[in-house]
Design a protein around this ligand. Structure first.
Ligand SMILES: [Zn+2]
Ligand SMILES: [Zn+2]
Length: 396
């Protein structure tokens, strides 16, 4: 049976799309940072309640919402997930529904993810007895953007207990509207984080021999850290090390006694992931000690890699028009969807949301980030198609 035919049990997807756009714009106007999504979560719960039907809503972890749609008939449990948080970015997109919360912006598309999953929940909840047996579980998760992430809390609260398959999707502007990616195996990198302080005797800018120049030493540390990936890691292995912040000093003629920086490390291979903090510290220790400075390194493992299950991914791919399927290479971005995949087989798909005409050409996390809102329809369709197909096909 085609997915269009399988969709006969629900109202046409088009019937919900105006609302999905409206919900997305509402969320876009009112973004909230990771772990602070109080109003967003309350609004999601209220909106779900308005759908009526058989949705049972619970709030198991802070700022999270889970809706259960239990058919009361035997079958698999299928979880669909959306993340709901925004980023500390001052919006410059120029859209009429721009953020009304200064310094905070939905610049990754999580407003769209939330709206798409709400749309799917309304359509599927409206199907009542026509749904195949089993349970659908809609997960609205806070704090995807900030390690340790919100997925971990949902898993700890039992959100994927008894779940047979977990599925999620991310809007993606580097992929043009109309295209969809769902690839089996490693797809998004493990993302780990570190803070590093270089400390020494500060002093007079004109008398460097009486001080430890933490700025000059930091410059060497940063340059040498690039050799970790370039020279210590197998060239065929995937790894990235980036320094994202550096702060030091107050005056042009003063050598500061401390430089603070932070960075991220991305890998796929578990052994390499374990080795990276050792390789980083070797460089930091060697360079600082060579120049008489000291250091404080705090290295934290963040999100595991997103590894899509073969069968779950095949199921998702089967719902997509073959002309729309595009295989992207694995990306070094991370996502805490991996926390669910560590418990349950599943698939994280990407939905093309890029389009020149709608100025959806900026990368995610950019202040001018926009999406092509037609992609919201692709997302709703994919949620309902995956849900209906999985209820039918996934055996317990
Ligand atoms: Zn993001
Ligand atoms: Zn994101």
């Amino acid at each position: 049976m085609t997915d269009a035919a399988a969709r006969d049990v629900i109202e046409p997807v088009e019937s919900v799309l105006d609302d999905v756009v409206e919900w997305r714009r509402h969320l876009h106007r009112h973004p909230e940072l990771s772990f602070e999504e109080n109003e967003t979560a309350a609004w999601i719960a209220e909106t779900l309640t308005g759908f009526g039907g058989d949705l049972e809503i619970e709030r198991p972890a802070e700022n999270s919402v889970i809706a259960h749609l239990r058919t009361g008939r035997p079958g698999p449990v299928i979880a669909l997930r959306a993340d709901i948080d925004a980023l500390p970015i001052e919006e410059q997109s120029g859209v009429e529904f721009a953020s009304e919360n200064p310094g905070v912006m939905h610049a990754c598309g999580h407003d769209g993810h939330t709206a798409m999953l709400l749309g799917a929940a309304r359509l599927l909840a409206g199907a009542g007895d026509r749904l195949p047996g089993g349970e659908l579980r809609f997960l609205f998760q806070p704090a995807e953007e900030l390690a340790p992430g919100g997925a971990r809390d949902l898993v700890a609260a039992g959100a994927v207990e008894g779940v047979d398959l977990v599925y999620g999707c991310h809007l993606w502007t580097p992929l043009e509207y109309g295209k969809v990616t769902a690839v089996p195996g490693p797809f998004m990198a493990a993302s780990d984080f570190f803070t590093l302080a270089i400390t020494g005797r500060g002093g007079h800018g004109g008398l460097p021999h009486l001080a430890d120049d933490t700025i000059a030493i930091s410059a060497q540390v940063i340059t040498n850290l690039q050799h970790v990936v370039a020279r210590r890691v197998d060239p065929l292995e995937r790894a990235v090390l980036s320094i994202g912040t550096i702060h030091a000093g107050d005056a042009p003629n003063v050598i500061p006694g401390r430089v603070d920086m932070s960075g991220t490390v991305r890998t796929f291979d578990p052994d390499l992931r374990e080795r990276m903090p050792v390789l980083v510290e070797d460089v930091v220790r060697g360079v600082t000690s060579a120049h008489g400075a000291e250091y404080e390194l705090d290295y934290q493992f963040g999100y595991q890699p997103v590894v899509n299950d073969e069968r779950a991914t095949a199921l998702v791919r089967d719902t997509v028009d073959p002309d729309a399927l595009t295989d992207l290479a694995p990306i070094m971005g991370g996502d805490d969807f991996s926390a669910y995949l560590a418990e349950v087989p599943g698939c994280y798909a990407f939905i093309g949301a890029g389009d020149e005409a709608s100025e959806a050409t900026y990368p995610h996390h950019h202040p001018k980030f926009r999406i092509d809102e037609r992609a919201l329809g692709t997302g709703v369709r994919m949620h309902v198609d995956v849900a209906l197909r999985a209820l039918k096909e996934v055996s317990r």
